[in-house]
Design a binder for this molecule. Structure first.
Ligand code: ASP
Length: 327
């Protein structure tokens, strides 16, 4: 009890000293610290380059981060040669391409779809769920019907695509399920961005792990696992083996660590260490985390080597290698 009382006392004192700190009040003649590192957009993997281009155009012309991340990842969703995002994705073990996506803004407004089929832009449906429905997440047939009612149409693309069908038929010969790390041209696109006005948002979209069980949903559409954003702190997005991320609510963990004072890089590293502590088997598995705070500082960390990310800021658009925990 006394501990609780002393905690409340300390917290109240903390809150009061925060409220009365000069820096918090522009009315007192102090202008707020100018954030120099904005706008900025970060996205997972090399395929983020094309997505960043579109997001940057919006950010650089004064557009908001939410529109930028939605438009950015839509580029990757439309690319039928991409076998890990959108309708070009590899199917589940029964031959169905099922898509997961979510989006979130600085006010913790969010929308998500899971196990969605035949729709080109799951991220745009997720945005509609956020803007037009009283819910956060819709799945399966319900998400599909919601999409149709909200102006989306069933894609004419033949799915799986020929390219994905070929890989599926190869896989069927042995039907072995092993989530591989760092396969070429792969993985979820997760994007986080900070706009000119200091507002931060994120988006995440995927066809999920190749040859997953039918009905499997990964971390990507789960708020707090694949993506988390809080405008008071920052944003984080994840890629890799979703089950490992979900077990520790990975991106929520990153954001909460930043809230408690960690830099984006430290927060990603500590979260990966937590994943390692909670899993006895990490061989051949990958998890990649990206984080961005409201000052425009960013961080990236992989469970193992090979996690790349794309960064666009005033210095241009480029692919970078993240640091990693296990060689
Ligand atoms: N995280 C995604 C999932 O588990 C897959 C990935 O990023 O590669 O569905």
């Amino acid at each position: 009890m006394s501990n609780r009382r002393s905690f409340i006392r300390k917290s109240s004192l903390g809150a009061l000293s925060f409220l009365f700190s000069k820096n918090n009040f522009s009315e007192w003649g102090e202008s707020k610290t100018e954030i120099k590192n904005k706008p900025i957009v970060l996205s997972t993997w090399r395929h983020g380059i094309a997505a960043n281009e579109v997001a940057w155009k919006i950010l650089n012309s004064g557009g908001n981060a939410l529109d930028a991340v939605e438009a950015g990842v839509s580029v990757t969703e439309s690319d039928l040669t991409n076998q890990t995002v959108g309708l070009g994705g590899l199917p589940d073990r029964d031959g169905f391409v099922t898509l997961d996506a979510c989006i979130m803004d600085h006010d913790c407004r969010c929308g998500s779809v899971a196990f969605l089929q035949h729709i080109e832009h799951p991220i745009q449906v997720a945005r509609k769920v956020m803007d037009q429905s009283p819910h956060v997440m819709l799945a399966g047939e319900g998400a599909y019907q919601f999409a149709l009612k909200n102006g989306f149409s069933r894609s004419n693309a033949e799915v799986p695509t020929d390219k994905s069908k070929k890989r599926y038929l190869e896989w069927l010969k042995e039907s072995k399920y092993k989530p591989e790390a760092n396969i070429e041209n792969h993985d979820t696109i997760g994007m986080i961005a900070l706009d000119e006005n200091g507002k931060i948002s994120g988006a995440c979209t995927t066809s999920g792990l190749a040859f997953k069980m039918h009905g499997r949903v990964g971390d990507s559409p789960i708020i707090g696992a694949g993506l988390y954003v809080d405008g008071e702190v920052g944003a984080a997005v994840a890629t890799g083996v979703g089950e490992m991320v979900m077990r520790i609510a990975g991106t929520h963990t990153v954001v909460e660590l930043m809230r408690n004072g960690a830099s984006p890089q430290e927060a990603c590293e500590e979260t990966i260490r937590r994943i390692i502590r909670k899993h006895s088997e990490i061989k051949n598995k990958q998890v990649g985390l990206l984080a961005l705070n409201t000052k425009g500082e960013y961080g990236a960390y992989g469970l193992t080597s090979g996690f790349t990310y794309s960064l666009y800021n005033k210095d241009g658009n480029r692919v970078l290698d993240s640091r990693f925990a296990v060689g």
